[in-house]
Write a protein that binds this ligand. Structure first.
Ligand code: 5GP
Ligand code: ZN
Length: 135
């Protein structure tokens, strides 16, 4: 499955040259062209899925398994001090390229980057109601 208008399909399929740091039958890991930090990379499945909701469970599992391995390898090779794994779905969550991808962001002491959210507030009642949604 492939979308001819999708930039990540073209990159994952090899039609557009890129700096890949890992590749297998199902995934390609490329360096982000606007890196948050040195070595910021993206895991791309070779098949086109818009987001995590559309991706089969096994592909999701494989992508996150690979994220775990890449975190280890990249931390070692780049000399990182920590690591963020980020995955955005839909515009409201910050997704700008609508082909599933996982951000691999090595972190370095003093890198000055911000990856996160503003902590909010809740109540025990509200937390309990949310928990109840899950049975
Ligand atoms: P999103 O905001 O969708 O989670 O992340 C999209 C990411 O893809 C951004 O970090 C952006 O810099 C990166 N990106 C967009 N287009 C290209 C491209 O053509 N090549 C590469 N290497 N990265 C890209
Ligand atoms: Zn695509």
């Amino acid at each position: 499955m492939r979308d001819d208008n999708c930039i990540f399909c073209k990159i994952a399929g090899g039609d557009i040259p890129t700096n890949a740091i890992y590749e297998d039958n199902d995934y390609k890991v490329i360096l982000d062209m606007s890196p948050a930090t040195r070595g910021h990379a993206l895991i791309l499945p070779k098949e086109h899925y818009k987001n995590i909701y559309e991706m089969p469970e096994e592909r999701v599992a494989g992508a996150f398994r690979l994220a775990g391995k890449m975190a280890q390898t990249m931390t070692d090779k780049l000399g990182a001090d920590g690591f963020n794994i980020v995955q955005n779905n839909n515009e409201i969550a910050g997704q700008t390229v609508f082909h599933f991808h996982i951000h691999l962001i090595p972190r370095y002491e003093g890198d000055g980057q911000v990856v996160g959210w503003r902590p909010g507030e809740s109540t025990p009642e509200e937390l309990s109601k949310i928990k109840d949604l899950f049975g």
